[in-house]
Design a protein around this ligand. Structure first.
Ligand SMILES: Cc1cc2nc3c(=O)[nH]c(=O)nc-3n(C[C@H](O)[C@H](O)[C@H](O)COP(=O)(O)O)c2cc1C
Length: 262
């Protein structure tokens, strides 16, 4: 699918076909999209675990639920638990990751980089102090993992799947998955074939572009050019905002089909 269309078509899907498995090939593709996301210092932050719902008992599925994550766990056949590696900077240093970027011509003398600059300045003065702060590392590894997750979400849409990020009872997950003590939970990504219309009756309501973005300084709105907006509509990136007139009827039909409360 064309990239702008992937962005435009993505929705948080909350109704999945529970009877239809996701091909392992698609899961692998999604994980690769995450692995290739940009990452500060090229360090290994994301540590996802793929779990198949059909291998869990009903009681186990229920034990993961939270006030905001309920019926979708009964339906989505694949759950990716996204964890973040608190030791990512230390691991990158031990593995010589930054030195590797010098070797491949990514970090170059033109920008001040060398092997000694990495050790004496970047590691000694910047990364080593950062890597010793739990508070800073928690923020850093979570946001870096979220960048990878964003690519995984878009890739799932490109693969024709429904997907959604959710919270879950991570105390249960940590125990069940045998999570190492240096990994912290971020989010769970659900995967499956959508039971609802994949476009869910339109894009979810958002603030406008000028409300979100400033130009030059804060408070000076970035005013969109209507010609560009029209081009993005034609490309499928900007679509009609929900709800479609048929959405409530669809929700009743889904509840009936999937034996959910109306
Ligand atoms: C990090 C993250 C966590 C989320 N957690 C939940 C959740 O626990 N339950 C839920 O129903 N939706 C969850 N969502 C989905 C958002 O509510 C959803 O993105 C929002 O309604 C906008 O809809 P859209 O994703 O279709 O554009 C989460 C989304 C993100 C990005």
């Amino acid at each position: 699918m064309e990239f702008k269309k992937v962005v435009g078509n993505r929705r948080s899907i909350r109704y999945y076909q529970p009877w239809r498995d996701v091909e392992r090939e698609k899961i692998q593709t999604i994980l690769e999209a995450a692995r290739l996301a940009s990452r500060v210092m090229n360090a290994p932050y994301p540590k996802p675990v793929v779990v198949y719902r059909k291998e869990l008992s009903e009681a186990e599925v229920n034990s993961f639920k939270t006030p905001t994550t309920t019926a979708q766990l009964d339906m989505a056949p694949v759950w990716i638990f996204w964890y973040a590696n608190m030791d990512a900077l230390k691991d990158a240093h031990e593995n010589g990751t930054l030195h590797g970027l010098v070797d491949v011509g990514a970090l170059n003398p033109s920008h001040g980089w060398s092997h000694s600059y990495i050790e004496d300045i970047v590691w000694a003065q910047l990364l080593h102090p950062l890597s010793s702060s739990k508070e800073i590392m928690t923020t850093l590894v979570s946001e870096e993992t979220a960048l990878a997750i964003c690519q995984a979400l878009l890739c799932a849409v490109d693969e024709g799947l429904g997907t959604q990020l959710v919270s879950c009872n991570f105390a249960v997950a940590n125990e069940m998955l045998g999570v190492p003590s240096n990994y912290i939970p971020v989010w769970v990504q659900l995967l499956g074939y959508p039971a609802e219309d994949p476009q869910t009756g339109g894009q979810r309501p958002r603030e406008t572009l000028e409300e979100m973005a400033s130009e030059g300084k804060f408070g000076n709105p970035f005013v969109p050019d209507p010609k560009v907006t029209e081009k993005l509509r034609e490309a499928g990136m900007i679509q009609d905002t929900a709800p479609a007139p048929w959405r409530q009827a669809e929700l009743r039909a889904l509840a009936h089909m999937l034996d959910l409360p109306e």
